[in-house]
Write a protein that binds this ligand. Structure first.
Ligand SMILES: Cc1cc2nc3c(=O)[nH]c(=O)nc-3n(C[C@H](O)[C@H](O)[C@H](O)COP(=O)(O)OP(=O)(O)OC[C@H]3O[C@@H](n4cnc5c(N)ncnc54)[C@H](O)[C@@H]3O)c2cc1C
Length: 324
């Protein structure tokens, strides 16, 4: 096998978590196949980011150019295709993010390479690369092969792998690959920052998340009371946002936010993988659900099977008593 190449994703001068998660897993794949981990970084004024990446990768390939001041897949794609053709890595890892799902399919077509999307694992078995993806709402894991292709592409689900601290001191290599102008059919217009809510659920040590099991907006005070008592914030699953009970910036999951609090309490949340993707790295997860087979119990460290309308008041009362 050849190297494992990780595409670094960054925004506003910061590398995204998924980049470090991919680098950590790439290390395992590279070690298993006796190869190296390379990162590719496209950006404008990204010297600092390259140094940061060099702590985790054996080599960082950097194309620093004004044309990358803003993300545009129509500019990224031909440059990346050139870099990949030149390096011939065995596998290219790209985050399964808005950025990655925009870029990876057209890149795979340009390279005539197989692409497995949203993988949660990537392993070397003998001389073969095997990816794992989930289907049927996370009920089934499927193993995918790449037909022995020379170059394969995967998009990697955020939070599927834990990042690792490392201080490798890899080399930084400046590339001079030609960067095309933005095509007329696809231009960067402006970056619109999501409206900042009153609460940043990613910053709190305690997150109390509610799901559809809460049933009525009128039941919310039950939850806000518990959150206040524990000094936490209230977050939610997507149906709660869809119902308009909480704003979008409280949603946890693959299309919401990723949180890593010390304590995550999931109340009336079934635990579909789209939700779990955003909270599974929490230090301690407690789930309250009336269905003992709810998938959230697979992610939880502690589970309470019961009606939240009874469990939450009892829990609140007990904590109040202990605090007193
Ligand atoms: C592309 C895509 C992206 C998505 N992104 C996200 C995302 O970012 N975040 C997200 O959360 N979802 C996301 N979803 C939706 C996701 O698939 C699930 O539909 C959603 O997470 C389910 O929310 P829920 O657990 O609140 O509701 P449900 O699945 O309806 O579960 C409700 C749970 O409450 C329990 N319950 C009911 N009554 C009680 C009671 N009285 N006491 C205790 N328990 C009770 C039930 O047993 C059940 O387990 C996404 C879906 C798609 C297709």
């Amino acid at each position: 096998m050849n190297d494992v190449l990780v595409l670094a994703e960054h925004l506003n001068g910061e590398l995204k978590d998924v980049t470090f998660e991919m680098l950590a897993h790439a290390r395992g794949v590279a070690d298993a196949s006796g190869t190296k981990v390379a990162a590719v970084l496209l950006g404008s004024g990204v010297g600092d980011l390259a140094e940061r990446l060099a702590q985790q990768a054996d080599e960082v390939l950097v194309r620093d150019h004004d044309g990358f001041a803003h993300y545009n897949s129509a500019v990224y794609q031909p440059v990346l295709a050139d870099v990949i053709r030149g390096r011939e890595p065995s596998v290219v890892m790209i985050g399964h993010t808005a950025f990655g799902v925009d870029l990876a399919p057209s890149l795979a077509v340009a390279l005539d390479a197989p692409l497995a999307s949203d993988v949660i694992d990537l392993a070397v078995e003998g001389s073969d690369l095997v990816g794992t993806r989930q289907t049927y709402g996370g009920k089934v894991n499927e193993r995918v092969g790449f037909g022995g292709a020379a170059i394969s592409l995967v998009t990697v689900r955020p939070a599927a792998f834990a990042p690792e601290e490392a201080s490798r001191g890899g080399s930084v290599v400046a590339l001079d690959t030609e960067v095309p102008d933005e095509p007329a059919f696809r231009r960067f217009v402006e970056y619109v920052e999501a409206a900042a809510g009153e609460v940043d659920i990613t910053k709190s040590d305690v997150v109390i998340a509610i799901g559809r099991g809460i049933k009525e907006e009128e039941n919310m005070p039950l939850i806000t009371g518990l959150a206040e008592l524990l000094g936490g914030v209230v977050a939610c699953s997507r149906p709660v946002v869809d119902a308009g009970w909480l704003p979008k910036d409280r949603q946890v999951g693959s299309s919401g936010k990723t949180v890593k609090p010390k304590l995550y309490v999931a109340i009336g949340v079934s635990g579909q993988f789209q939700h779990v993707a955003g909270m599974k790295s929490a230090e301690t997860i407690v789930a309250i659900n009336k269905d003992p087979k709810a998938p959230i119990f697979q992610a939880a460290h502690y589970g309470i099977v019961g009606d939240l309308m009874k469990v939450v008041p009892a829990l609140t009362e007990k904590i109040t008593e202990l605090r007193a």
